[in-house]
Design a binder for this molecule. Structure first.
Ligand code: SAJ
Length: 406
């Protein structure tokens, strides 16, 4: 039996997938409300294919509890928040999960950390914590880092089809864990050491951040001289060795906008490109604000409450709002005492900001300028409802003429 600790965006799909593959799984989370909801057969977030997977896992006997189990294998998928001021990782939840595991585990248990951690976290924080309690690593307990790679919006498919990395202190344990993951993962699984696994995960997300920053910088350059950035990227990408990503209103989510900071925090003298990319991506909400101001001036609109932001999620077709460009933009407006902009997101069912609408048509009725911050399918399917608005389309999804671009 494996005990999966943390039933959030990563832990839950992973637990369900293992259960579907025939592995006996108990999912543990300290949030009683979440555990009760899952036990009653209710999912806690939306994701393509998750409901079907949930039903299959339930029929294969998956259990949910707030208690850590006495067993041999643990997968830790707990949050790893970062400290806003220092941009460093806060390992408190991983440390606490490791400690709770040590309280109950069998001798020789394998503890697999899936949560993204900054390079060196296991050496700096986890090993000392375990040794402090008198456990011998490599005998009483084995440590493994198996960072996840799945992308929200396509998690179920990617759990099965993405290759994976297993970082372990010795090959035998690495191969054992590889065997476990191959029950759900059909792609290649690479076994390496723990530091390489930690670093490669952060490097992957940093690579994407830098490439998005390049697209965003191009968008700004093109804006100053009235060139069509999308056309330029489309043409450049026809070159066999060029693959530029898409510009947007900023980079959100708990991964790409966070992980590069770990490298900046740890190697401040060496991270010029990485830091610049972060700054460019973080500057995009301000660029959007400038574009809103241009449109308001051009049309002599003085009242900010006539502006509506479409999308609160950090990207299309998910309900996750962590670090979302829209929240970054609202924070910026707040600092400048610009209150009253209206907001709507069909995926976000709870009220998390002021002037948030729950009904799309009510929202549209109140505004003159619509800012598309997220390209949900929902808005793509409702183009005819927004055609008569002044539209600032930061995601280049509007198919009608006359919309303003980034
Ligand atoms: N974005 C752009 N332009 C693009 C692509 C993305 O502006 O061309 C924006 C999105 O709108 C969003 C942000 O970047 O705000 C991040 O979105 P994403 O879809 O690029 O990635 P995430 O954060 O959902 O997931 C990433 C993935 N990492 C990589 O692709 C290298 C995923 O595989 C990881 O598992 C995940 O981070 C994670 O958990 O680390």
């Amino acid at each position: 039996m494996i005990n999966i600790i943390g039933l959030g965006y990563i832990g839950l799909p992973t637990a369900l997938m293992f259960a579907k593959s025939g592995v006996k799984v108990v999912g543990t989370d300290n949030n009683t409300k979440l555990v009760n909801s899952l036990t009653e057969g209710m999912l806690t977030f939306e994701e393509e294919g998750l409901e079907e997977l949930f039903q299959e896992a339930l029929s294969n006997g998956i259990k949910f509890t707030t208690e850590y189990q006495n067993t041999h294998t643990y997968i830790l998928a707990v949050p790893t928040p970062y400290i806003k001021e220092s941009k460093k990782l806060d390992p408190k939840y991983v440390i606490s999960a490791v400690n709770s595991t040590l309280d109950v585990c069998e001798k020789g248990a394998i503890v697999i950390i899936e949560s993204t951690i900054s390079p060196g976290t296991i050496d700096k924080y986890i090993r000392p914590e375990i040794e402090k309690r008198g456990f011998v690593i490599g005998d009483d307990i084995h440590l493994v880092h198996a960072p996840e790679r799945i992308i929200p919006g396509n998690m179920i498919y990617e759990l099965e089809h993405n290759s994976r990395t297993i970082g372990a202190d010795n090959l035998e344990i690495g191969e054992k864990v590889k065997g476990l993951y191959s029950s759900l993962c059909k792609a290649e699984i690479v076994v390496t050491d723990i530091r390489s696994a930690e670093m490669s995960k952060v490097v992957e997300n940093t690579y994407r951040d830098i490439n998005i920053a390049f697209a965003n910088e191009l968008a700004k350059i093109c804006r100053t001289d009235n060139m069509d950035v999308y056309e330029i990227i489309r043409i450049a990408n026809m070159h066999p060795r060029v693959n530029i990503l898409q510009p947007g209103p900023g980079v959100g989510g708990h991964c790409i906008s966070v992980d590069p900071w770990f490298l900046v925090g740890d190697y401040p003298d060496l991270t010029n490109l990485i830091l610049t990319a972060r700054k460019i991506n973080d500057s995009m909400p301000r660029h959007v604000l400038g574009r809103i101001r241009d449109i308001m001036r051009e049309h002599r609109i003085k009242d900010i409450s006539k502006v509506g932001l479409y999308g609160l999620a950090y990207k299309e077709n998910v309900d996750d709002t962590r670090e979302s460009p829209t929240l970054q933009l609202l924070e910026r407006m707040d600092e400048h005492l610009a209150f009253g902009v209206k907001v709507f997101d069909p995926f976000v069912k709870e009220r998390i900001v002021d002037h948030q609408f729950m009904n799309f048509e009510d929202f549209l009725n109140e505004i003159e300028v619509l800012v598309v911050m997220v390209g949900h399918e929902h808005i793509k399917n409702n183009m005819d409802l927004i055609k008569d608005k002044l539209v600032l389309d930061t995601k280049n999804i509007c198919i009608f003429d006359g919309s303003y671009k980034l």
